[in-house]
Design a protein around this ligand. Structure first.
Ligand code: UTP
Length: 301
């Protein structure tokens, strides 16, 4: 656990249109993955990586995120009165050992714009950005952010990105790095290409939802022109850093700390099943149910 970087910005203001109708009146970041909402895994991971203060960049319809991390005295009293001590303990774990702050992105103008909402919070210090719809590692067991912060400090970088290998046909969904040089799992980034078509991607290394930035990123975001949908992309701001010769590094996530993207139904379903299978109480029963269902489908085919 590093202590060099203490602040993290967690953007949770997106509309989540790819998960409609599930996200019509609830944030995608509050969708449950097994027992907990996505954003709780994100906060737990950050705290386990030495982060002491977290700014959620929220928007309309996202108040349930604030409520989730707030103390609920009525519920606590009720559980205590009915001797539900185990549940009480789980609830107090939600109130993590960190300070939570909230600000609103008034218009959903893209991830870059959401990060810019955290400028005053970050001040002059380097900080982490963790996407509120992505979990790193099974049950968020990942020290990737700590390793990224150490790399940032040791190499005097302006930005460190987490990246992961994706199959060639999937580069079209992600920001992909073009590496100038590499040493083990660390890459110097020369360029970023947003959602390249198969065959045109400079690598199969996709940006994976965790970043460490120097405050310089805010100036870069301000210089970015909105894209065709009117959104200010964070990737474009990082590309500006590359073009100016700033040190932008990427750290490849090991297979045991993969990124679980909750932004589309395909990977949301797969993530839910994987986390539920790992549940000590319900996992074994679910495995049996799935095996039975799969056997039935195979018999029908
Ligand atoms: P996405 O790129 O998945 O965008 O956001 P989205 O708008 O939420 O989803 P779709 O495309 O409509 O389905 C990645 C992360 O950045 C946040 C989201 O909340 C999510 O955690 N985000 C995105 C913002 O905070 N503001 C934005 O304007 C866009």
């Amino acid at each position: 656990m590093q202590k060099f970087i203490r602040s993290a910005i967690v953007p949770v203001a997106g509309l989540g249109t790819r998960l409609l109708p599930a996200t019509k009146s609830q944030p995608k970041e509050m969708l449950p993955v097994a027992r907990k909402p996505v954003v709780q895994y994100v906060a737990e991971e950050l705290v386990a990586n030495g982060i002491e203060q977290i700014l959620f960049v929220t928007g309309r319809g996202k108040t349930s995120i604030e409520n989730h991390f707030d103390h609920d005295p009525e519920l606590a009293r009720l559980l205590a009165a009915s001797n539900k001590h185990e549940l009480l303990e789980q609830l107090s774990a939600v109130e993590l050992n960190a300070k939570f702050f909230y600000t609103r992105q008034r218009l959903q103008r893209g991830l870059g714009d959401a990060v810019l909402c955290g400028e005053h919070f970050a001040g002059e210090e380097p900080f982490v950005v963790a996407l509120g719809d992505s979990i790193i590692g099974l049950n968020a067991a990942s020290q990737a952010v700590s390793r990224m912060a150490e790399l940032f400090q040791a190499r005097h970088a302006s930005c460190v990105l987490a990246v992961e290998e994706v199959p060639p046909e999937e580069t079209v969904h992600y920001g992909i790095i073009e590496a100038a040089e590499s040493e083990g799992d660390v890459f110097r980034v020369a360029n970023l290409v947003e959602k390249p078509a198969p065959g045109q991607a400079p690598s199969n290394l996709a940006i994976a939802g965790r970043y460490v930035f120097s405050p310089l990123i805010f100036d870069m975001i301000r210089r970015v022109q909105p894209d065709s949908r009117g959104e200010i992309q964070l990737t474009d701001a990082i590309q500006l850093m590359c073009e100016e010769g700033r040190r932008v590094l990427a750290l490849k996530l090991p297979p045991g700390e993969k990124r679980y993207d909750i932004g589309n139904f395909g990977s949301y379903f797969a993530t839910f099943v994987e986390f539920a299978l790992a549940d000590p109480e319900y996992g074994p029963g679910l495995r049996e149910t799935l095996e039975r269902l799969l056997a039935q489908t195979a018999n029908r085919a």
